[in-house]
Ligand binder design. Structure first.
Ligand SMILES: Nc1nc2c(ncn2[C@@H]2O[C@H](COP(=O)(O)OP(=O)(O)OP(=O)(O)O)[C@@H](O)[C@H]2O)c(=O)[nH]1
Length: 402
């Protein structure tokens, strides 16, 4: 009896052992295939499946190729495809023309801004224009970030003109308001971008501003504005503070066929700026656009960094434009930033971004007054061609709605 039990136990152990091996080998076979490489390369096709194979089973065995099959009269077998590195395809885009861009993008402005224009017109159309109504006019302008002094000036002038005029039809009121708003925005300021090359060297534009205001995006969009106007551009990725900024800028450049000069992450922005201008000279480019980092940790740090970039670039030739990028949605905070930058470097123009996302278009007036420098460009969306040269008339028309 004992012998019989022993035999049965041994038989069970043998059967279980064999089963375990089978399950184990199945498990091994179910390992995931290796993940595909990130860059596309042409590789050999996989081995063909055999009948009964599971679809996801990797087939490591070499593929039976045609040369192993003896064919009657066959001389040479066709060659298996070689591994080939595909050249990267860069499609150079043709940016939208810049003329009349603000008019085309006006709907973006009026959508967010018409609370200002419509609000003012509604107030001015009231039966009686008493002190309370004029106070409401003031509040509306201040809420739209126009600033206290310009608001008081506008209300004072408008009040006098309405009194003198006597009768007030809606058309007359609209015309008066348009004229007064336009006077605040100041159509006499020179808003031309100095981007034309000199005899021996390209024009140099420094783009400065706090990170996150849309500085890198604006530099990229500006490259498109210039290319659309027939200029050749070199980009300098001197914002070495944020790792992805150089990649981002390079992508913008590639889209319009502009070269980007960049350095190591955390590298010296001044030396990148210097090299970018050198490249611009070598290429005979019209304009070099330099994206800088805008850390506001300390004013001294910022001053040192931007001062050095400017000094080093000036070894090649003058810096033609220093554009300060401000986020219109940050309101008064943007004005504080503007003040700090203006103390550090001579700003020649302002770019107001994200005007599509705010009803506070009055910031155009406030920042120009604050710095005594014109708004030259406005950002009206995230699209590649959503940067427009600033036109006071089109802007005011969008505010009050035509
Ligand atoms: N709606 C809107 N978004 C904008 C505009 N301009 C820029 N942006 C967005 O703002 C975000 C920040 O833009 P970036 O260019 O990365 O900002 P930055 O100032 O360069 O930041 P750093 O590279 O860190 O210095 C992005 O999502 C942009 O698409 C604009 O005019 N309108």
């Amino acid at each position: 009896m004992e012998t019989v039990i022993l035999v049965v136990v041994i038989a069970l152990v043998v059967i279980l052992g064999a089963g375990g091996l089978v399950i184990g080998s199945r498990r091994r076979n179910r390992q995931l295939p290796p993940s595909p490489p990130s860059t596309p390369t042409i590789t050999k096709p996989p081995a063909e499946p055999h009948v009964g194979d599971e679809a996801e089973t990797p087939r490591e065995e070499p593929r039976r190729t045609i040369e192993e099959v003896p064919l009657p009269g066959a001389t040479a077998a066709p060659e298996a495809p070689e591994e080939v590195e595909l050249p990267e395809q860069v499609v150079v885009e043709r940016p939208e023309p810049t003329e009349g861009r603000l008019v085309r993008l006006r709907s973006r402005l009026s959508r967010s801004q018409n609370s200002l224009g419509k609000g003012l017109l509604t107030l001015l159309s009231r039966e009686r224009l008493d002190d309370d109504t004029w106070e409401e006019v003031e509040d509306t302008l201040i809420t739209a970030d126009v600033g206290v002094t310009p608001t008081q000036e506008l209300v004072e002038r408008l009040r006098t003109r309405v009194r003198v005029l006597g009768t007030r039809t809606p058309d007359e009121l609209r015309t008066l308001l348009r004229e007064e708003l336009l006077a605040l925005v100041d159509p006499t300021l020179d808003r031309a971008l100095r981007t034309e090359s000199h005899e021996e060297s390209p024009a140099v534009v420094l783009v400065v501003g706090v990170n996150g205001t849309g500085k890198t995006t604006t530099t990229g969009k500006l490259a498109r504005v210039l290319v659309a106007d027939g200029r050749s551009v070199v980009l300098g990725a001197a914002d070495t503070f944020r790792a992805a900024a150089a990649d981002q800028l390079q992508t913008w450049g590639e889209r319009v066929g502009a070269r980007t000069v960049r350095g190591p992450e955390g590298g010296d922005p001044a030396s990148i700026a210097f090299d970018a201008v050198k490249e611009g000279i070598a290429e005979g480019a019209d304009t070099v656009l330099i994206d800088t980092a805008g850390r506001l940790h300390t004013k001294t740090g910022l001053m040192d960094e931007l001062g050095k970039v400017k000094r080093v670039v000036e070894k090649h030739g003058p810096v033609d434009e220093v554009l300060l990028v401000l986020d219109a949605t940050t309101g008064q905070n943007g004005l504080v930033q503007a003040r700090v930058f203006a103390e550090v470097v001579d700003i020649t123009g302002i770019v107001l971004t994200k005007l599509d996302g705010t009803a506070k278009g009055g910031i155009v007036v406030a920042v120009q007054r604050e710095l005594g420098v014109p708004v030259k460009l406005v950002g009206l969306g995230e699209g590649a061609d959503d940067l427009a040269p600033f036109e006071p008339e089109a802007f005011v028309d969008a505010l009050i709605g035509e």
